[in-house]
Write a protein that binds this ligand. Sequence first.
Ligand SMILES: Cc1cc2nc3c(=O)[nH]c(=O)nc-3n(C[C@H](O)[C@H](O)[C@H](O)COP(=O)(O)O)c2cc1C
Length: 381
Amino acid sequence: MTIDSLFAPLDLGRVTIRNRVAMAPMTRQRSTLDGVPTDLNVEYYRQRAGLGLIVTEGVYPCDMGNGYLFTPGLHTPAQVAGWRRVAEAVHGEGGAIFAQVMHVGRLSDPLMLNGRQPVSASAVRPDPLARHYTVTCPRPKRPYPEPRAMSHAEVLETIDAYKACAQAALDAGLDGVEIHAASGYLPMQFLSTNTNLRTDAWGGSVEKRAAFLLACVDAMAEVAGPKFVAVKLSPGWSFHNVFDDDPVATYSHVVRQLSARGIAYLQLGDYAVGWDVYGTLRPLFDGPAMVVAGFTRASGAAAIAAGTADIVAYGQACIANPDLAARYRAGQPLNRPEIATYYTQGEEGYTDYPVYADVTDEATLQDVDAAPTPLDPKVTG
Ligand SMILES: Cc1cc2nc3c(=O)[nH]c(=O)nc-3n(C[C@H](O)[C@H](O)[C@H](O)COP(=O)(O)O)c2cc1C
């Protein structure tokens, strides 16, 4: 198997990326409590700038979208200034970076929202047993509260917040924004039939359930064009207790609509949902497709060679290997990710993974084509 397909440059939105090895968006909870990126965050992303594209951890576009302590936002002047430093560091190394915009909706908690009740498409409480926080997460484990259904005016305000976030990303010098419409967060709460019971313009038919996501895309595209905007979907995935009566119909509609809008790229996750996500949806999208979840160097290269994908996003391998693209190219063995430090604080498990030249004990490494760490639903978001 040739791995060359991973190393061809690609025009993506407003930038040209130098390889097809992308960093999947990953929440790391190491910013300030006000959601401002720190020096440590700048260093973490700078270290990973050799990847063709970095998609940042989820960032909240407004305070109601915040669900986790120490995650960064992208709407206050201080947050914009912090992200500008990240963007400059990544660009200084020749890299490209999109911010993932994540509104958690019903997955927040009054403790995160100054006592306010979380909002969602409808007042449907997540299964308290679905809560996934671990002892390593600084947020206490609590049962999910019941969310409040957003009013029509609040839906419009939230779309405005997504638009303002795109402007903030542009002001920060980032290369684009990726709407997190996967993993059971707010846009997926509108898309899914169990969490969207609305009977107004934002719920009911497939078209109405998709209206919130598409309105966010359109609003963000007004800032700097559709090539500044990308979307992540996890079709049919029930993570965080969302279910769809007919995911093939829902996501076929969504992907066709995104295709017509000419966005920068579509990130599709196949989280073993029992139907062929890529085979069904890739042909409906006329633009760059990024695939994610469980890829190795070899399977990623094969996906590109087969036309399933144009870019492959790697999650946990990018946590553990700041120089992942270089290791893939050279066939060098990989550092193993430490799950216990995914959501802790400080440098440990964050900026202290060595590049290959600095590895002191080869015995700690795994083969470059080793199967990736299984995704643990208790720790990922
Ligand atoms: C620590 C951690 C945090 C994550 N946070 C996010 C997130 O903020 N947004 C998102 O879309 N996916 C998130 N994910 C999912 C990853 O983007 C990716 O889909 C997943 O890790 C599977 O890819 P992999 O098998 O290459 O690790 C997270 C995963 C991990 C391991």
